[in-house]
Design a binder for this molecule. Structure first.
Ligand code: PNS
Length: 166
């Protein structure tokens, strides 16, 4: 049976931590679907289309990796894709509470789907999309924490925002 996994998230924007996890997941799955949540209630820096574009530009897409968007319940999407696994990253103890609740709730909703937690490389264990956006908006460098293209696009967006404010 083909092992298919869904790696869901906001990816606003993709970081090198996400990319590290993608490579780790590919070691043991046959197909990985990177699935961006469409959440109109959450204010994002990038549109879903932009987020998909950035991921497409930094990972070589082939038959093993797909990129998609979803709304509604994650387990419904995973079932629709005939996947058996959800991949999530655990960076620190602080992630655990939220991830634990989500994994158990998803298991309750769909007992046939397992959540697999992966640890990123140590140098990315403190990297989050939220922090890189904050640093970038305050003029700091996030080189090495996100792909170069992502840093450039963040700078462009956040500088435009600043100009609008002033
Ligand atoms: O990158 P994020 O924002 O931490 O990802 C969170 C995500 C997308 C995995 C989570 O919000 C999600 O699965 N949302 C879909 C709605 C859903 O299924 N909610 C119930 C989860 S128990």
């Amino acid at each position: 049976m083909k092992r298919i996994a869904v790696y869901p998230g906001s990816f606003d924007p993709v970081t090198n931590g996400h990319l590290d996890l993608i490579h780790r997941a590919l070691e043991f799955v046959d197909e990985l679907i990177i699935a961006i949540l469409v959440n109109p209630e959450k204010q994002a820096l990038f549109t879903v289309k932009e987020r998909m574009e950035m991921i497409r530009n930094v990972i070589p897409l082939n038959d093993d990796i797909k990129i998609d968007q979803f709304d509604g319940l994650l387990v419904d999407y995973v079932r629709k894709k005939k996947a058996q696994m959800i991949i999530r990253g655990l960076r620190a103890v602080s992630d655990f509470d939220y991830e634990f609740q989500m994994a158990l709730m998803n298991r309750r909703l769909e007992p046939g789907i397992e959540t697999i937690f992966l640890l990123p490389a140590e140098q990315y264990s403190y990297v989050s999309s939220r922090l890189v956006k904050e640093i970038c908006s305050l003029g700091g460098t996030v080189r090495g924490l996100v792909p170069d293209e992502v840093e450039k696009r963040m700078q462009k967006k956040l500088q435009t925002g600043k100009r609008r404010e002033s």
